[in-house]
Design a protein around this ligand. Structure first.
Ligand SMILES: [Zn+2]
Ligand SMILES: [Zn+2]
Length: 287
């Protein structure tokens, strides 16, 4: 019985230390060889992540379906819809308007993807920071993402449709304008999506070294802090944390994030928790 318990504990410790690098490597390799399966792959890994949330949660208090889950799911559905429409729409519009250039060099694919991850991270970083620090209207839009008092899988796409739109346009637009090839765009976009889902997962992964380079859950969880001095950090939302290092906003505190530490730090600016208010208040005063 004692052996069973210690075996279980050592399996859990191994997953905490090596689970995320293993998932990332498996995801990247599969994506590399089967890029056409990107959507299915992301879905499969998201389901695996949700299973790990149940098995090895960062906070047990953040588990399960609660009153906010329905609104989280509705916003996630809207985010997927807006993203799909804008991704295909932007590609078609830019190509018909003849705005795509051909300045993207024909690098080997790994280098091309790395450069695409860097470029596609800058616009969303700056807009994300603007929403926190520079624009009250953008904050009302972005606050929808920060409203939940926990960080878990359904938070990943809990964004206002306007927030989803500016993320897609600022991330994908520059790659299209520079003429990046479709395989680079697909792989870089899928890696960005993988990280933005996994960095919200309520899983007790421990990757202090990976967090220096990648936008892990350990890093992004602090961005959801109710303390503004902690929340106004770690603005990267894609795969890599480079722009946080460049602009001095990267921060990984040594202590554990508290279970009651997530949510809004400027609740007075928030329009309220009903779906219609969250959707309409940033646009008009009718809700
Ligand atoms: Zn934010
Ligand atoms: Zn987030």
């Amino acid at each position: 019985m004692k052996t069973d318990k210690s075996l279980k504990r050592s399996i859990e410790c191994t997953i905490k230390d090596f689970g995320f690098p293993f998932l990332l490597m498996t995801y990247t390799m599969t994506l590399w060889f089967f890029p056409q399966s990107a959507t299915f792959l992301l879905l499969a890994f998201a389901v695996a992540g949700m299973a790990l949330e149940k098995w090895i949660p960062y906070h047990a208090e953040w588990q399960g379906i609660k009153t906010d889950s329905k609104i989280d799911a509705i916003f996630s559905g809207l985010t997927i819809l807006v993203s799909v429409i804008l991704k295909s729409g932007t590609t078609v519009v830019l190509s018909r308007a003849g705005m795509e250039s051909h300045v993207w060099p024909s690098w080997p694919l790994p280098i091309s993807v790395l450069v695409a991850l860097v470029i596609s991270g800058l616009g969303p970083y700056l807009l994300h920071r603007a929403a926190h620090e520079w624009s009250a209207i953008m904050w009302q839009v972005h606050a929808v993402h920060h409203a939940p008092d926990r960080v878990y899988s359904l938070n990943a796409m809990r964004t206002h449709p306007l927030n989803a739109a500016w993320n897609v346009l600022a991330g994908l637009g520059p790659l299209l304008l520079l003429g990046a090839d479709s395989q680079t765009i697909l792989i870089a976009g899928s890696l960005n999506n993988f990280f933005s889902i996994f960095n919200h997962m309520n899983i007790d992964f421990r990757n202090p070294m990976l967090s220096i380079f990648f936008n892990t859950s350990e890093l992004h969880r602090w961005h959801h802090s109710t303390k503004q001095e902690l929340g106004d950090k770690n603005y990267s939302s894609g795969a890599i944390a480079l722009w946080d290092h460049v602009f001095g906003t990267w921060r990984l505190p040594a202590e554990r994030f508290k279970s009651n530490g997530a949510g809004l730090f400027a609740a007075n600016d928030f329009p309220g928790y009903s779906l219609s208010k969250q959707l309409l208040r940033p646009i008009c005063r009718c809700a």
